[in-house]
Ligand binder design. Structure first.
Ligand SMILES: [Zn+2]
Ligand SMILES: [Zn+2]
Length: 189
């Protein structure tokens, strides 16, 4: 009966192909076993450990593979860290800018504040916060129509934004649209 490799399941030609066996006689192509041993030192069929002399034969290869894996892992971690740090920096810049925008708003420097906000146009994860600030600043500078425009767009995308509803209500109120103002205020709570 021809023996087959327990790893690749193809027959082993005992005359022309190299193979090794586990302590229980389960045969595997030497080339198949070499790869297998980089994952486990136990026979995939019976789970018994291969003899030391077999493991010894592949030791250099196993170590080389292990080093390669470690190196790849390290590279991957470095790459992930770089992305994380970039994300943190981006966030810090955003928070710093928001701080400046709030200061400018307090000083009634609305135009400068809006200009700073324009720098974030394509920032997707901060989109709603930016829309809110645009609305709020426009309300503060008395551009109620523009405020409503921004805030209405925002609450359509993010219903759970009480401050947006609040300033939307205030903007309607400022325009004398009391029914709409009441409707917005109800959603602010
Ligand atoms: Zn094989
Ligand atoms: Zn076995």
């Amino acid at each position: 009966m021809p023996t087959s490799c327990i790893i690749c399941h193809l027959p082993i030609d005992e005359k022309s192909e190299m193979y090794d066996e586990c302590p229980n006689g389960h045969a595997a192509h030497t080339s198949c076993l070499r790869e297998w041993l980089t994952h486990s030192l136990k026979c995939p069929l019976c789970n018994d450990k291969y003899d030391d002399n077999i493991i010894q034969k592949f030791q250099a290869y196993i170590e080389k593979k292990e080093q390669e894996t470690q190196k790849a892992l390290k590279l991957q971690m470095e790459e992930e860290n770089k992305i994380k740090i970039k994300e943190i920096c981006k966030n810090m810049v955003f928070l710093k800018t928001i701080e400046v925008i709030e200061k400018l708003t307090k000083q009634k420097e609305y135009k400068k504040a809006l200009e700073l906000l324009d720098g974030f146009t394509n920032d997707d994860d901060k989109k709603h916060e930016i829309m809110f600030l645009r609305g709020k600043i426009n309300f503060l500078r008395g551009r109620y129509d523009m405020a409503i425009n921004h805030l209405f767009k925002l609450v359509k995308q993010d219903f759970e934004f009480p401050d947006a509803w609040l300033y939307l209500g205030r903007s309607y109120q400022a325009l004398g649209l009391d029914d709409k103002a009441r409707w917005a205020f109800e959603r602010a709570n």
